[in-house]
Design a binder for this molecule. Structure first.
Ligand code: ATP
Ligand code: MG
Length: 283
């Protein structure tokens, strides 16, 4: 059994995260209009859409940084629409940032120890960041949990590297490891594949597969890389101009005429390479 995995007594089909009828306006712009989506436990869900479709706005509302004008957010069946990001984290929601936000003077392993201590409320965060020696003195239980994450994310070879010497793809894995230390039931990933080499993308896809299967996490992938989303996700939601235009399996999304039209115009298809092109005659 994996250490410290929260057991979810809810039936497997109940969504771990759900948005119901979200509307967000910025002045005259409606960034989201009556958008509903859900993330099942132990699954990959994707949220895609052309530039300006409302993906980042949806991400901000789900993670608690932005309150919607209308609609609700439910986390494991509990209404968290007005809850802070910290309160959502305590209820099992974790997120990553597009630019990894790491303490550059710490090693990979020290980062994960720090995150584990924060989770178990044993870190005086700033003391630990500036006194890395305390992060090298670990208990057996800490070693077990941190070693599990290093193994899961294939980070053992770089465990003693300072994070400022890591390539971008490896930094993303460290940030995901840090998010996993909080033992989330749902993990929101903000464009995790952007800027990665093909090799790094494959390593990340492998790691995400293990996170879903070994830790039972529900993943929401907000991503420009449509081919990767169609490859990994069981369910995909497509936004365009703030509205949900499709929700379904990758095969259904590929065949959806409105999705093709949103991306490339009438003659187009869901992109294999160009993931963000919006048709030029759009209003
Ligand atoms: N803080 C803001 N103030 C005003 N308008 C905003 C704000 N944030 C987003 N918008 C507008 O809301 C709409 C949706 O933007 P959003 O950033 O959510 O789209 P996106 O799908 O993430 O786009 P991209 O693919 O370019 O990241 C856009 O028209 C955008 O200009
Ligand atoms: Mg965005």
């Amino acid at each position: 059994m994996t250490p410290d995995v929260a057991r979810d007594p809810a039936p497997a089909t109940a969504p771990v995260l759900a948005a119901v009828g979200l509307t967000v306006r910025f002045g005259g712009i409606t960034a989201l209009r009556d958008v509903s989506l859900e993330v099942a436990p132990r699954s990959f869900t994707g949220l895609v859409g052309p530039n300006g479709a409302g993906k980042s706005t949806a991400f901000a509302v789900l993670s608690g940084l932005l309150k919607p004008d209308h609609g609700r957010v439910h986390l494991a069946g509990v209404d968290v629409t007005r809850a802070t990001p910290q309160a959502r984290a305590r209820r099992g929601l974790a997120r990553t940032f597009q630019q990894p936000e790491l303490f550059l003077q710490l090693t990979v392993r020290e980062h994960l120890v720090l995150a584990d201590r924060v989770r178990h409320r044993r870190s005086r965060l700033w003391r630990d960041v500036f006194d890395a020696a305390s992060l090298r003195s670990t208990s057996g239980a800490e070693d077990e949990r941190v070693d599990f994450l290093l193994e899961l994310l294939a980070l053992n070879a770089v465990r003693d590297w300072n994070v400022d010497s890591l390539p971008l793809g490896t930094s993303r894995l460290v940030e995901i490891g840090r998010a996993l230390a909080s033992v989330p039931s749902v993990l929101l990933l903000d464009e995790p594949f952007s800027g990665l080499t093909e090799h790094e993308s494959e390593a990340l896809a492998d790691a995400l597969g293990k996170i879903v299967n070994a830790r039972g996490v529900g993943l929401l992938l907000v991503e420009h890389d449509v081919p990767m989303v169609l490859r990994l996700c069981q369910r995909v939601f497509v936004l365009d101009f703030g509205q949900l235009i499709a929700d379904g399996s990758p095969a259904g999304i590929r065949a959806n005429a409105e999705v093709r039209d949103a991306y490339l115009g009438d003659a187009g298809s869901v992109p294999d390479r160009v993931a963000t092109t919006r048709r030029t005659d759009a209003p």
